[in-house]
Each structure stands twice: as structure tokens, then as C-alpha cells.
Design a protein around this ligand. Structure first.
Ligand code: NAD
Ligand code: MG
Length: 395
């Protein structure tokens, strides 16, 4: 019997992952229907997506923007119901008629909606790594309790998942090799890093992504967040995860077994592949991604990480080793520092300096509830913001 059509909610449908998800879904209207689309403030783009995919719900986090969208929808006689604010996001993430939730809001803003999807036992396609990094054990406990099916969309974790025959079980493995391109500044002279402007830092050589994760790739904080993400998803300790630079982003990660066998997942750097994998698992569907041309590729390149170039990666490693609530602090300080850099308030090399100073002032005990996590997030943001303002005034 053919499987029933799945209703999908896309949290963050106007972003890079959200748009790619809609593209994959658009190829398989027989298998997937769009249940809800959500965004922060972008009325026009959400309106266009609603015209094309006719979801049951559209949600804008910004309530004023939601009111405007509702008026436009009513004028056009559209059937989509518009909701606003966090309440709206929580409703569509946990709605009983929704089967799959693509968690693709960027940053800590995605925590509550993603958790709502987890707690209601959905298949959760996890792109929003910050949600898992900041809530770690509590997130994984919620997964266990509800029986939610969390499938990694981050290309590295999706690759690791594909290289583990038992899904998340890491029995008999020697190590995980987490690949990273090194970003657009891999060859930038170290003394020039401080002058790199946001547009350059965001010009990733292989991936087209939102600006926050693009800066994270340039600092390799992205790999640091991914180390923490892998630690939770696959239950492997840090000493069995190795980060290796692979500038071409063709090998998305590898798993080495005790007998010396290494399984790798390869493919063009195109997020439609992990998205299609997560949607269809355990089956396979067409993602629209073209075949790799190996003879054009010629060779695959690897090198070790120069830790002097990427202090953010070192900070993430230290935080993962120390544990407690430091990952929450790391994530919040990074979000604030990256935004300040994108707003041209600080320079590229200030990002790790701010994060490190915030970490030095922070307490480490583990949080016992999501409210505690959100409180740590708030306190850290204030502290990082204060540091940026002080630095700015003294310039
Ligand atoms: P993006 O900036 O392109 O899109 C972010 C989306 O989140 C938008 O739809 C935006 O409207 C929504 N959003 C932003 N702030 C919000 C808020 N406060 N409340 C509600 N919605 C809000 O980001 P992206 O590149 O698509 O990344 C999304 C997530 O996926 C991130 O966590 C990122 O780390 C992860 N990810 C992205 C890629 C990629 O290739 N882009 C790869 C791996 C993982
Ligand atoms: Mg990744």
C-alpha cells in the first residue's frame, strides 16, 4: 500500500533551508503537502510561498507583520489562516494534523518551536543546530520521552547518519571524521583577517546559506557547534570526533570502524540532498541535485585544522569538554557577536574575543529546565551586548 501523504510544517520557510525544502517538496506533491509556512517578518516572500503551496497556516513571528499578511490574504480570498507570534509557531509545530516539521529557524529563536515539534512526537528534520546546542540533554530527554524521530539535516550529521547502519548507534566505531571546508577565509593571511568585511566573510566558496551560518563557517564556530551537535545526536565523546578540513565540501563526513573500514557520504554541496533524505527516510526520492562528475573533480583534498586561524573552534571544544550550561553561553555570545559583526560594529577577529570574555565570566552548572536555559541565554546576550557597547564607545 502506498504510504499516506505527509503534512509538512516548515519553520523558517523564507530562509535558505526553508526555500530548498519547498523546492524538494514541490517535486513530490503526491508524497508531501505543505501544512504550514513560517517566517520572522518577511510578508511578501511568505505571501508568494502561500500562493504557490496553499498551506493551511502561515505564521509570522512578528505580530504586526502577521496582521498585515492576514489583511492581504483576506483581500485575495486566500484560504490560508494567518497566525502571529511565538504562540502561532508553537501551534503549527505541534498541530495534530502535521506529520513532519522542518526546523529551519536560525539561532536560539528556533528552540521553543523545535521543542514543541519534538514534544509532540513529530518527525523533526533538524537544521536548527543552535536549538540542540543550547539545550543538549533536555532536548534529547524530550526526544526519548515523546518518541519523536529527529533526523539530522546538517549535511555532516546527515552524512554520519547515512554511514551508520543502525542510525544513531555508534557501537564498534573508532571515530567520526567531521569535515569542514574552512570557509572563504581558509587562505587569508592571518594579519588580514581583522579587515575582512561581512560580505566577504559571507561569500562561502561552496554553499549558499543565510548570513549567520555563513559567518559561523568563516570563523569555524559552525564546526564547533556541529561538534556539540554530533556529541548529542550520536552519543560519542569528543575524543572520538576529529575535525578535518576538506575545502571542496564533497565528502560530507565519515565514520571509521574498529576494523579500519571508513564509510563516507559524498555528494555535491547542495542542501536539497540531506533535505530529501530526511523527508523520504528510509526511502529515497529525487532531490533535483545533479550527479557528481568525478573526472572533472580530479582529486579530493584534505588538510588538518590550523587552530590559530580558528579560535572559535577551540572555544567550542573547550566548552564541550567543560559541559554544564557553557554551550548555551557559547551559542548566545556567538549569536550576539556575529550580529554585531554583520552590523559592522566590531571586526571579524573581535568575534572570538567577545565570546571568550563572556565565557570567562560565566558560571557552568547544568540547567534543569528550558526556562533556565532561556534565562542563561538572556543574561549572556546582555553581557555580550554590554561588552560590544563598551568597546564601541572607547573606539
Ligand atoms: P536563513 O537566515 O536563510 O533563514 C532563517 C529563517 O528563520 C527565515 O525564514 C527567517 O524568517 C526565520 N527566522 C529568523 N529569525 C526568526 C525569529 N526570531 N522567529 C521566527 N523565525 C525567524 O538561515 P538558513 O541558512 O536557512 O539556516 C537556518 C538554520 O539551518 C540555521 O540554524 C543553520 O545553522 C541551519 N543550517 C543551514 C544550512 C544552510 O545551508 N543554509 C546548512 C546546515 C544547517
Ligand atoms: Mg553543516
Amino acid at each position: 500500500m502506498p504510504e499516506s501523504r505527509k503534512n509538512v510544517t516548515i519553520l523558517g520557510s523564507t530562509g535558505s533551508i526553508g526555500r530548498n525544502t519547498l523546492e524538494v517538496i514541490g517535486r513530490h506533491n503526491d508524497l508531501y503537502g505543505v501544512f504550514a509556512l513560517t517566517a520572522d517578518t518577511n510578508i511578501q516572500q511568505l505571501l508568494e510561498q502561500c500562493h504557490q503551496f496553499e498551506p493551511r497556516f502561515a505564521v509570522l513571528q512578528n505580530t504586526d507583520a502577521a496582521l498585515q499578511l492576514a489583511e492581504l490574504m483576506a483581500e485575495q480570498g486566500a484560504k490560508t489562516t494567518v497566525l502571529g507570534g511565538l504562540e502561532g509557531l508553537l501551534e503549527v509545530a505541534s498541530h495534530s494534523e502535521c506529520d513532519y516539521v522542518m526546523a529551519a529557524i536560525v539561532g536560539a529563536a528556533g528552540l521553543k518551536p523545535t521543542l514543541a515539534a519534538v514534544e509532540s512526537g513529530k518527525r523533526v528534520l533538524l537544521a536548527n543546530k543552535e536549538a540542540l546546542v543550547m539545550s543538549g540533554a533536555l532536548f534529547m530527554d524530550a526526544v526519548k520521552k515523546s518518541g519523536a524521530e529527529v533526523l539530522p539535516i546538517d549535511s555532516e550529521h546527515n552524512a554520519i547518519f547515512q554511514c551508520l547502519p543502525d542510525g544513531f548507534k555508534t557501537k564498534d566505531i573508532r571515530r567520526i571524521l567531521l569535515t569542514g571546508s574552512g570557509g572563504p577565509l581558509l587562505r587569508e593571511p592571518l594579519d588580514q583577517l581583522k579587515y575582512v568585511l561581512p560580505d566577504r566573510a559571507c561569500a562561502h566558496p561552496n554553499w549558499k546559506m543565510g548570513r549567520k551560518i555563513s559567518v559561523d563557517s568563516a570563523t569555524m564556530m559552525n564546526k564547533g557547534l556541529e561538534l556539540i551537535e554530533a556529541n548529542w545526536l550520536f552519543d560519542v565523546k569528543m575524543d572520538r570526533i576529529e575535525v578535518i578540513i576538506h575545502p571542496q565540501s564533497i565528502v560530507h563526513s565519515m565514520v571509521e570502524y574498529q576494523d579500519g573500514s571508513i564509510l563516507a557520504q559524498l555528494g555535491s554541496p547542495d542542501m536539497r540532498t540531506p533535505i530529501a533524505h530526511g523527508l523520504a527516510w528510509p526511502n529515497r526520492i529525487d532531490s533535483g541535485v545533479a550527479s557528481l562528475d568525478f573526472s572533472a573533480l580530479g582529486q579530493l583534498l584534505f588538510e588538518s585544522v590550523d587552530m590559530e586561524r580558528y579560535p572559535c573552534l577551540r572555544l567550542a571544544m573547550e566548552v564541550l569538554a567543560a559541559g554544564g550550561s557553557l554551550p548555551t553561553v557559547l551559542n548566545a555570545a556567538n549569536e550576539v557577536a556575529v550580529q554585531a559583526y554583520l552590523d559592522e560594529l566590531i571586526c571579524f577577529t573581535d568575534i572570538p574575543v567577545i565570546i571568550e570574555s563572556v565565557l570567562e565570566r560565566s558560571d557552568t552548572p547544568a540547567a534543569h529546565s528550558i526556562e533556565e536555559i532561556l534565562e542563561i541565554d538572556r543574561i549572556t546576550r546582555r553581557s555580550a551586548q554590554g561588552m560590544i557597547e563598551t568597546a564601541h564607545r572607547s573606539q
